[in-house]
Design a protein around this ligand. Structure first.
Ligand code: 5GP
Length: 202
């Protein structure tokens, strides 16, 4: 993939001063999606972006998880500069449309590490949180529970260590997902601290 596809012309800051751009990264099976959904329930300020992907829906998915599109449709959107960030991951394309949240909402992106790198390049103040699992065995168990093909699971496990290493270099915070409630509340308190410290004095 061309890692320099973030052009100068669309390098812009997303939101007003008091809003946050929160990027949740972490290896497959770590529970990013579940934690992201829990954050939305717990914090009405959070607004979750819905990504595009060229991968097939999983048997366990309802169709709301992504906009599932063809590679042609995705590539057309890239050509029209539609995405805030995009990346190829294990043979499929994933991208975040330029977010357009309601006023005063914080944007939550649940993406892989190359996309997070692009977000950081555009917005140095974006908060990148790496979610990790207590053990690799637990990750494997969770990946298997999603109904992916065995070959896909093995490839994902193979890249897990690299994803964690890259994630550590990029992230501002690391949160262990040993328990969804605990991890979600830890993230919320990180965000609350940031909101306080970034608040513009009136
Ligand atoms: P999955 O196929 O398991 O749903 O997602 C594979 C990886 O792509 C996950 O790490 C997920 O967070 C990431 N991903 C989902 N949406 C996006 C996106 O819009 N952009 C990028 N860069 N990664 C994404």
């Amino acid at each position: 993939m061309d890692s320099d596809h973030v052009s100068e012309s669309n390098s812009f800051k997303l939101l007003c001063a008091n809003s946050l751009v929160v990027v949740l990264i972490g290896p497959g099976g770590v529970g990013k999606g579940t934690v992201a959904r829990r954050l939305l329930e717990l914090d009405p300020r959070m607004w979750l972006s819905r990504s595009w992907t060229t991968r097939e829906p999983r048997p366990t998915e309802t169709g709301d998880e992504y906009f599932f599109v063809t590679r042609n449709a995705f590539e057309d959107a890239v050509a029209q500069d539609y995405f805030y960030e995009w990346a190829e991951f294990h043979g499929n394309l994933y991208g975040t449309p330029r977010p357009n949240p309601p006023d005063d909402r914080d944007v939550l992106l649940e993406i892989e590490v190359e996309g997070a790198r692009q977000v950081r390049e555009r917005d140095p103040e974006a908060v990148i949180i790496l979610l990790t699992a207590p053990t690799i065995e637990l990750l494997e168990q969770r990946l298997r529970g999603r109904g992916d093909h065995e070959e896909h699971i093995l490839r994902r496990l193979d890249s897990t260590r690299r994803e964690i290493e890259r994630g550590r270099q990029l992230s501002d915070y690391e949160v262990v997902n040993d328990d969804i409630e605990r991890a979600s509340h830890q993230i919320l308190s990180i965000l609350e601290g940031l909101r306080q410290s970034r608040r513009i004095p009136s």
